[in-house]
Design a protein around this ligand. Structure first.
Ligand code: OOG
Ligand code: MG
Length: 257
């Protein structure tokens, strides 16, 4: 049997992102399972590396019930971050670059020395140098932001852009910090880091394990997004977005008008 056309599907998804044009879901039609979907994601990200982008980190997706419920997919997933996705804290994103962007509050880790594959993470403070509040901008390439599990994996887990706030040393507890998302000064989402797999530190164990299954090792100096603590909110033109994480501070971005 001939398998799905990995390179062709990556090209379709890459073009959708480059031209900010939505496409129909494709996993069911092309027989894409989870493993093949990660192969598409690898090819899709390679397309970015081939044009000079650099891999700078890993992101987790659907690590909270709020997110799983919002998109109707209930498996933890992971995707890749490149340098051009990073927006400076307080920076402005161009709405024309995206299809139907949404923003969500996250916690970011700056990775330090990580254990060899197969070894337990051990002490979190050995593996993570610093933590920060963050905003992820997700932008599914699928029409109506609707997808199956393999669809969203192939689409690099809807990764669009991200902002990292100021880094702090790892605090004593990360498992029950208040999380707020404000748009134009109005509170739109309220949550807790406890929503992220009970403790965002667990997201790192899952990231190491799940990415390791596909031969991907996390690197010293990489950024790690642990996944949103609340549902994502549509980003409108001319908005000012702030994510606040208790003890860690604020990350912010603006959208073009
Ligand atoms: C998938 C990406 C999920 C998160 O933080 O849960 C994600 C999506 O919701 O489109 O990034
Ligand atoms: Mg996210």
């Amino acid at each position: 049997m001939i398998g799905p056309d990995i390179a062709g599907i990556a090209e379709t998804l890459g073009t959708a992102a480059d031209t900010a044009t939505p496409i129909a879901q494709l996993a069911a039609e092309t027989g894409l399972d989870v493993d093949a979907a990660y192969a598409v994601q690898t090819a899709l990200v390679q397309r970015r590396l081939d044009r000079g982008e650099r891999l700078v980190g890993l992101k987790m997706g659907l690590t909270s019930k709020a997110k799983m419920a919002q998109v109707g997919v209930d498996e933890v997933i992971w995707g890749r971050l490149t340098d051009t996705m990073r927006i400076p804290d307080g920076g402005t994103i161009d709405m024309a670059d995206f299809i139907h962007p949404r923003v969500e509050p996250e916690v970011a880790f700056l990775l330090d020395r990580l254990p060899e594959p197969g070894e337990p993470v051990g002490d979190f403070t050995d593996a993570v140098r610093a933590v920060a509040p963050a905003i992820e901008l997700i932008d599914s390439r699928y029409a109506n932001f609707t997808f199956s599990l393999p669809d969203v994996i192939a689409d690099n887990t809807s990764a669009g852009a991200f902002v990292i706030g100021p880094w702090s040393p790892v605090p004593d507890g990360l498992d029950n910090l208040g999380v707020l998302l404000e748009i134009d000064g109005r509170l739109t989402q309220v949550g807790s880091t406890a929503a992220i797999l009970g403790d965002p530190r667990r997201a790192l164990d899952e990231g190491i394990r799940l990415a390791g299954r596909h031969g991907v090792r996390l690197r010293e100096g990489w950024v790690f997004l642990a996944g949103a603590a609340t549902a994502a909110v549509p980003l409108r033109a001319g908005a000012h977005v702030r994510a606040v994480v208790e003890k860690l501070g604020t990350a912010s971005l603006r959208s073009s008008s």
